[in-house]
Design a protein around this ligand. Structure first.
Ligand SMILES: [Fe+2]
Ligand SMILES: [Fe+2]
Length: 120
């Protein structure tokens, strides 16, 4: 159980969902989290990450809605739970929080986003 967390924390092709826009956004989320992990005291890097996550979730959700994707409600709930958690963070973030976020993103893409492959 569980997925390997890349080290260094960089997107690779094993995360591909095969929608260019979403893959590019996922790359950006890895980068945003990589930057936060490397500068845990930075409020700016944290804010950038939160903004990128928010924008990505909105785009992904609108693509799911456009196709009346059946798992949309539970997928959206997963997004909302993570977003509210990271919106509540304040710099400096701690190691446990960084690890949680890294693991969540990997697990969410491979365990949840992958279910929409070929359906959007
Ligand atoms: Fe998602
Ligand atoms: Fe996603």
């Amino acid at each position: 159980m569980g997925y390997d967390i890349p080290e260094p924390y960089v997107w690779d092709e094993s995360f591909k969902v095969f929608y260019d826009k979403l893959d590019e956004e996922h790359k950006g989320l890895f980068k945003g989290l990589f930057d936060v992990a490397g500068d845990k005291a930075s409020a700016g890097k944290l804010a950038h990450l939160v903004g990128a996550v928010d924008a990505h979730f909105k785009n992904e959700e609108s693509m799911m809605q456009a196709k009346s994707y059946a798992d949309f409600p539970t997928h959206k709930q997963a997004h909302e739970a993570f977003l509210s958690k990271i919106k509540g963070l304040k710099a400096p973030v701690d190691d446990a929080t960084v690890h949680f976020a890294k693991d969540w993103l990997v697990t969410h893409i491979k365990g949840t986003d992958f279910k929409y492959k070929g359906k959007l």
